[in-house]
Design a protein around this ligand. Sequence first.
Ligand SMILES: *Cc1c(COP(=O)(O)O)cnc(C)c1O
Length: 356
Amino acid sequence: MSFLQSDHSFILNRYKNMLPVTADTPLVTLGEGATPLIKSTRLVEMIGLRELYFKAEFMNPTGSFKDRGMVLAVAKAVESGSRAVICASTGNTSASAAAYGSKHGLEVIVVVPEGRIAQGKLVQAIAYGAKIVSLDGSFDDALTTVRELCQKHPVALVNSVNSDRIEGQKTAAFEIIDDLGKCPDILALPVGNAGNITAYWKGFKEYFNLKRVEFVPELWGFQATGASPIVQNVVVKNPETIATAIRIGNPASWSQAIEARDASNGKIESVTDNEIMDAYSLLAKEEGIFCEPASAASVAGLLKNKLSGIDFSDKTAVCVLTGHGLKDPDVALQLKTTQLESSSNINSLEKALDWH
Ligand SMILES: *Cc1c(COP(=O)(O)O)cnc(C)c1O
């Protein structure tokens, strides 16, 4: 298997027949998709599953799953003659829009809630040359304002309310089935604006309808307790969580998330910031995987279910690890660490290490 640009491995090419790709769609790629399914060696025991895999979506070109949807949304915007794209974003959507927009030579405008975007995501938007607008308000306010703007001006909206985003993102479900050779019993993922859970459900259903699999997984979505509108069944005015990617109080794809939950016989529950941080640290220290806090909500959710007495010992689960740990260095710096000091000679270093 090779990963050359001409290869089948990028999603617009590999899954062309399952996507709204036409002869006029520019098949540009930055190498998105084909992310590894990493087999768990320790957390699988801790949680008590038969098998556990991590879908390493943080290995996409800009470090999050947003690239799967963005590669298609931006290509379709170009196909329809747009010269500019815009999004509201907690960070990863803007990084992804900025990258694909620059690849296609488009103007990119990203609207972010003031002071609430992780450093790593902001520096990406800066580096790719997007026009950044910080808006005084929440993500939900930013999305409402941007949607209004798009009604008045000829600019393509590339948030997950754009159906091409969902179409591109559903390919992650195809890859999981293609790699595992079956459906997992459980797919666990964080839920913010709820585009991704919508996309996975669409992908699994499509393979099921094509008879590629005999069943579909239960979708288990996890929100952060301080930003859990779907769990509480009420809009959250001031969502709060350390997991900024899911700090969303009024998900745009709310009803689709409910549909995915109910039709898959799944659940949408909440996990606290402490539970998220524990899972975040465990993933790094026990599995060698450094993802961002929002991604760890999937593992936190499985651990919580285990603690509440759910028996999954005969189940195969996949956790979607949505974004890279380097996106949010400020959170990583809050972890407990061992940092020693030494002079530059062996005796001092031995002393510092307490090696005698
Ligand atoms: C966008 C994002 C989410 C939430 O996905 P939704 O489609 O908004 O539910 C979770 N984690 C990360 C890292 C993200 O970038």
